[in-house]
Design a protein. Sequence first.
Length: 108
Amino acid sequence: MNGMYLIPANSKKSMLIFGLFQKIDLIILGVGLAVSLILLLIVPLENIWAAVVAILPGLTAGFLVFPVPNYHNMRTIITSAYKFYTSNQHYIWKGWCFNNGEDEERNK
């Protein structure tokens, strides 16, 4: 192929556990499911709200590690959005309609 290399699109999946998870993802999922299991054993499930509260940690952990196209999972989307909205956004315009003060300096 004339010195050109073809890299498969899923080459980074081999660095993930089961092709989907990082270590931190499995830790989050395991802790959430363990807390839900403990709550299911401890909390009397006589009404629906007690059951919802008991399974909420597992559902939240599952939501965070759920794979999403174009991102790794929901945790990375939330992290990216948080960093975008909390960091100082300063974009320098360099376009055809902006002279960036260069014409004024040349005319002096």
